[in-house]
Design a protein around this ligand. Sequence first.
Ligand code: ZN
Length: 310
Amino acid sequence: MKLEGIHHISAITGDARGNVEFYAGVLGLRMVKRTVNQDEPNVYHLFYGDEHGSPGMDLTFFEYPGAARGIAGSGMVHRILWRVSSPDALGFWRERLEAVGVSAELTGDSLLFADPEGLGHELVASASPDEPLSAISPEIPPEHALQGFEGVRAYASQPVRSERLLGEALGFARRQGEHWEVRGDRRGSFYAYDPAPPEINRRQGAGTVHHVAFASQPDDLEAWRTRASEAGARPTPVIDRFYFKSVYFLEPSGVLFELATIGPGFAVDEDEKHLGERLSLPPPFEPMREELEAKLEPLPYPPQWRVQQP
Ligand code: ZN
């Protein structure tokens, strides 16, 4: 039984429109699902990814309109790392980001920048053998497109506390120091800790990561839940999120983990050619459609070029 790397990463935005403009517009990701927060259905839950909405390339945002900026602290993911194919791609992205006023720092083999709300990103020229997962955008040459998650970095004050859960229960492999690899038969990612900044500033809010989800084979989820529980975590019951099934628990350093199944996926309730173009509501929320559509701000998506695709 193995986890297949990162399934998705969920963060918070205070501005859904600006979020779409940045992630679908500037970064060229596809919106693969436009739905609501199942725990609070009057706000958006937006999913961005590759053309197919694959696990391994899925960044999601809960929108809390007007939410204050957060600050990543101990027990929070502070940076998301994405694969690109080559150092040339880093140069392309530096130019593209700077052209829209986002400063980007080239540091040898990677490019550091933050989204408009301060969420940290890093692009790395990756030698990973994993299948590249990319979206199509007319503004991004295919060879420069983002190719999926390389990993995440979190802050921890005492990462030693997480060793048993990561290493024994979840099958993460320690590579060096506080750098762990989580790899299955098809894909892998890394999970790493950095020393925590002073505790006083930590605040969940816009531009911070809410949780990171790792990919489970559909039939393994209950067994993973049992393992997490035996290692001292307090997992939720299996929750049916309609697009996948999930279990959540805090890992001992304080980062909220989710284990999510590979599938059924985002094409379960709409044609894969038109993912994200309209509001999708899982069956329990469908009766609220009219009310929700009246409350939710219209979004600048899909772009014309996508509507016109055959
Ligand atoms: Zn999640």
